[in-house]
Design a protein around this ligand. Structure first.
Ligand SMILES: CN1C(=O)c2ccccc2Sc2cc(NC(=O)[C@@H]3CCCO3)ccc21
Length: 138
């Protein structure tokens, strides 16, 4: 029917959380996204899907909440995340958007799974919220 309009761009600077992720978790989150961006399969996920460049006017009819690595990086920088779980949810959203539009068995979806595996490995080392700062503990 009609191409759906572009969704609201994130992060919503008028709706940031009161208690964002603490600094030691924010640092690990930023390092994780930085590492994922260097992967050979990260290319198509570095920036928001460009519906003009890709000539896909109906993309937003399938994908209601676009997500990409630069948006996640921005959200980390402006303290839009309260928990590491919310970062993981955005990463999974990016992968599921790829499945929704391209199909799970597409080459691009395999690339999404490859970078998701690397993201999950890095997130295993995310420090707990109340991690004692090494210097002051003991
Ligand atoms: C995640 N994803 C896609 O989900 C997508 C959506 C529709 C059609 C193809 C694809 S693969 C893909 C390719 C690019 N490619 C590019 O951005 C560059 C510029 C336009 C052509 O290559 C970016 C995103 C993307």
């Amino acid at each position: 029917s009609k191409p759906a309009p572009k969704p609201i761009v994130e992060p919503d600077m008028n709706n940031l959380p009161e208690h964002p992720m603490p600094a030691h978790q924010k640092k690990h989150a930023a390092m994780t996204i930085k590492a994922v961006k260097r992967l050979k399969d990260a290319g198509p996920f570095l920036k928001p899907v460009d519906i003009v460049k890709l000539n896909i006017p109906f993309y937003y009819n399938y994908v209601k909440r676009p997500m990409d690595l630069s948006t996640m990086e921005k959200k980390i920088q402006v303290d839009a995340y309260e928990t590491p779980k919310q970062l993981t949810e955005d990463f999974n959203l990016m992968v599921n958007n790829c499945y929704a539009f391209n199909g799970k068995n597409s080459v691009i979806s395999q690339m999404a799974r490859n970078i998701q595996a690397s993201f999950e490995k890095h997130m295993l080392h995310m420090p707990p919220k109340d991690a004692p700062a090494e210097a002051t503990r003991r």
